[in-house]
Design a protein around this ligand. Structure first.
Ligand code: TRP
Length: 461
């Protein structure tokens, strides 16, 4: 390790760039599509009361997040720098670089719990292949996450693999792997959905998922969760998309690519719900609101065991889910790495130090599902540490980051400059006026309203 850290930096390389628009779309979709879609989305739907959450989520994605996705990509491409330096480039000698710095913190914080869940999916490759979850998958999951040292080792393994990929700088590898992996994941999801929808009890699950109970529409905690989930799922609000945008060429049609990324990400999340709820409701005594972080791990093994060749399907599913998680984890680690590299650190040294740091931060999350009673039910918030981390970063840090990015794009750098950047080289920006209205008024006011009301609801007022 010492030898690694004291090794000379390679001479400064040229900034990379995406091979093609398709390559960019796949890499950005690879960042967006991950545990947030397949693990997080169904869990949030369960907590948020079913179809009403789905509806609120879709509104957040298309009205609030999609305009911000366009803004992040435009900022990154215009500056051709990582998050902190991008703000310094576009508005030198102003405090706006702090937004990038917040993003760096968020990347480290999110990765620390993300790695724990990715560790679960990694272990479940083996469990699904061997049918280890047996007839009581919920009980099996409960026992599995109580094993503290196993969970710490699994998250460490995930972080080491992520670091290995990033050190190699294998843009090639990522682009190529995504081209095979994403369609495969998609096909498997459709197959699983078809199977789930034909299970007994599926109709009840389907109704829960698509028929909204509108009494929940004014519940600010649910709206806040939908907003946080939308930011998280699109990898938005912390400079990850900004960084990916910085590798774009001026020729790329950014708005069209952004529409593809948001569309694919939303499709995968919606598909996951069409699997989990019909399959869940076919189980006796299923309560979606109580699923928590273990929801998919309690439901899916039952689905696999109802299929011919289920062990194979199950193992393949968790392999693909782990890969989807890795392409997302890469984009999370890339943000702090890019910030250190921008400051003259070696890529390799930055990656190793950050990975060690995140590993330590991941320990409390890894122990929070039963291994440590204190971390599993915190005295102050009454939640487990992992859920607390997810809530702080998703529901607060990302929307606040998004709010600042919207203000920066709409008012500070200026909506007209963004539009000019995106229309460079004759690219179309359909609905540019509508976008400008959304980014200047709707996004900031809606996010501000949601976070202020949520804070009032939590702290009384
Ligand atoms: N979007 C990913 C998922 O849904 C997680 C993720 C990757 C992310 N990069 C991010 C979340 C940046 C927020 C910010 O699993």
């Amino acid at each position: 390790m010492n030898a690694d850290l004291s090794a000379k930096c390679a001479p400064a390389e040229e900034r990379g760039s995406w091979g093609s628009s398709v390559g960019f779309i796949l890499a950005a979709a690879g960042s967006a599509v991950g545990l947030g879609n397949i693990w997080g989305f169904p869990m949030q739907v369960g907590k948020g009361g079913g179809a009403i959450f789905v509806l609120l989520y879709l509104v957040c994605v298309f009205v609030i997040c999609f305009p911000i996705l366009i803004a992040e990509l435009a900022i990154g491409r215009a500056a051709a720098r990582g998050p902190i330096a991008a703000f310094q480039t576009l508005r030198p000698r102003t405090p706006w670089w702090v937004v990038g710095a917040l993003g760096v913190l968020a990347g480290v914080g999110i990765l620390s719990f993300y790695a724990v869940i990715a560790g679960w999916t990694l272990a479940y490759v083996w469990y699904a292949a061997t049918g280890a979850a047996g007839s009581d998958p919920g009980g099996f999951f409960g026992a599995f996450v109580k094993d503290g040292s196993k969970n710490v080792w699994l998250s460490f393994a995930v972080l080491v693999i992520t670091a290995g990929i990033i050190i190699g700088g294998v843009r090639q590898g990522i682009e190529k792997a995504s081209k095979i992996m994403m369609p495969a994941l998609f096909i498997l999801l459709v197959l699983l959905g078809l199977r789930a929808l034909t299970l007994p009890g599926a109709a009840q699950g389907l109704a829960y998922y698509v028929k909204p109970d509108f009494s929940g529409i004014t519940n600010i905690a649910v709206i806040n969760a939908a907003l946080g989930q939308a930011f998280f799922s699109l990898s938005l609000g912390m400079g990850a998309m900004l960084t990916y945008g910085s590798y774009l060429s001026k020729k790329t049609a950014v708005v069209k690519s952004a529409a593809w990324v948001a569309g694919l990400d939303t499709l995968v999340a919606l598909l996951a719900g069409f699997i989990i709820f019909p399959a869940g409701f076919s189980l006796a005594g299923f309560n979606p609101a109580e699923g928590g972080p273990g929801l998919i791990f309690a439901v899916l093994p039952g689905l696999f065991s109802s299929m011919p060749g289920g062990a194979l399907f199950g193992a393949a599913f968790f392999v693909l889910l782990t890969l989807a998680a890795l392409t997302s984890a890469i984009s999370l680690l890339e943000v702090p790495v890019a910030a250190l590299v921008d400051r003259g650190w070696c890529r390799r040294k930055s990656v190793i130090l950050l990975t060690l740091f995140v590993t330590v931060l991941a320990v409390p999350s890894a122990l929070s599902q039963g291994a440590s009673p204190a971390l599993s039910k915190l005295p102050v918030f009454g939640m487990d540490f992992l859920t607390l981390m997810a809530t702080v970063w998703n529901n607060w840090a990302l929307p606040i980051g998004g709010l600042l990015i919207a203000i920066f794009a709409g008012w500070v750098w200026g909506a007209d400059n963004v539009i000019a950047e995106l229309e460079a080289e004759g690219n179309p920006f359909p609905f540019a006026r509508a976008w400008s209205f959304l980014i200047k008024y709707v996004c900031p006011l809606a996010i501000l309203f949601i976070i202020v009301m949520t804070a009032r609801g939590m702290f009384g007022g």
